[in-house]
Design a protein around this ligand. Structure first.
Ligand code: C2E
Ligand code: MG
Ligand code: MG
Ligand code: MG
Length: 276
């Protein structure tokens, strides 16, 4: 008060530093797209014989000073600021361009690409039209596009979200429920969603072969999926033991460092190469 009115003092320098760093990162993110700093990485998704089924597209930010920035650091910022709408559009378009590029390559023509969709995008009134326009423009096969949603999206506007999912299903697009088991899943809404598959969260996969509770969760998710007629992908598979354990439980699709890390150039192999 001695310094007069209208002055705010931040007494925690660490907090002030953190707020400034976030503001700087957001300012940089606003121009990242024009500066062509966003990159889409691809991580393989495989079947029980390690045969390649497709990829999950995962964004990274090639920051001029910070190097490769993880989506964990900037996607929340992009969501709060609304920037996720244009970033999400870019991701979807890149993924569909990739699908279209493989369309006439016999070795790659059947590979799927999964794209993460944020709640803010799904709430956007123009989302369905945007997906349709990108599919039309790129010529990607809609049946090979997977959209990954999270449980948190269904807390509000369930009717509206389900309506959009049906509209996109009609185009041929399929939906995965990402990080399954970490949110507040209600079995009653799960039944109403036009989903294609569930993704078992990495947190249950890490100790699936050594912790009986995690094994029980994986078993329960697989049983639930079978009841609802859904496919299951296990994410974060890092060891042959986790892979074997999940396969023996009946899981038939896998993703994780054991098969390949996300890479700018999609890792590729034919099933015969891997039989060796
Ligand atoms: P997610 O969709 O659950 O993606 C899986 C994350 O697990 C990825 O982290 C992937 O690199 C990591 N992962 C895969 N296999 C393994 C493994 O074996 N071990 C370990 N330790 N990690 C593994 P990433 O790429 O850092 O992405 C983190 C999250 O950021 C994603 O989680 C997703 O929620 C979000 N995200 C990424 N790209 C996009 C995007 O284009 N749009 C939106 N809205 N969100 C995105
Ligand atoms: Mg995902
Ligand atoms: Mg996931
Ligand atoms: Mg995750």
């Amino acid at each position: 008060k001695a310094q007069g009115k209208n002055r705010v003092h931040v007494f925690a320098p660490a907090l002030q530093e953190q707020i400034l760093a976030t503001a700087r990162l957001l300012a940089d993110l606003r121009v990242a797209q024009q500066r062509d700093e966003l990159r889409l990485f691809y991580q393989p998704v495989v079947g029980t014989a390690r045969e390649l089924r497709g990829y999950e597209a995962l964004i990274r930010w090639q920051h001029p000073d910070k190097g490769m920035v993880s989506p964990v650091e900037f996607i929340p910022l992009a969501e709060q600021s609304g920037l996720i709408l244009s970033i999400g559009h870019w991701v979807l378009r890149q993924a569909c361009l990739q699908l279209a590029d493989w369309r006439h390559d016999p070795a790659r023509a059947g590979l799927t690409v999964a794209v993460n969709v944020s709640a803010r995008q799904m709430r956007d009134a123009g989302f369905v039209e945007q997906v349709k326009a990108v599919l039309d423009e790129t010529g990607a096969n809609p049946g090979l596009l997977r959209l990954e949603l999270t449980e948190s999206m269904f807390h509000a506007d369930l009717e509206e979200t389900v309506g959009k999912m049906h509209a996109l299903r009609t185009l041929g697009v399929r939906f995965s429920l990402d990080d399954f088991g970490t949110g507040y899943s209600s079995l009653s809404y799960l039944r109403r969603l036009p989903l294609y598959q569930l993704k078992i969260d990495r947190s249950f996969v890490t100790h699936v072969d050594t912790d009986s509770h995690d094994a029980a969760i994986a078993r329960t998710i697989l049983a639930l999926a079978a009841t609802l007629g859904l496919r299951v992908v296990a994410e974060g598979v890092e060891t042959p033991a986790q892979f074997a354990f999940l396969a023996q439980l009946g899981c038939d699709a896998f993703q994780g460092y054991l098969f390949g890390k996300p890479a700018l150039t999609p890792l590729f192999w034919t099933s015969t190469e891997h039989d060796a």
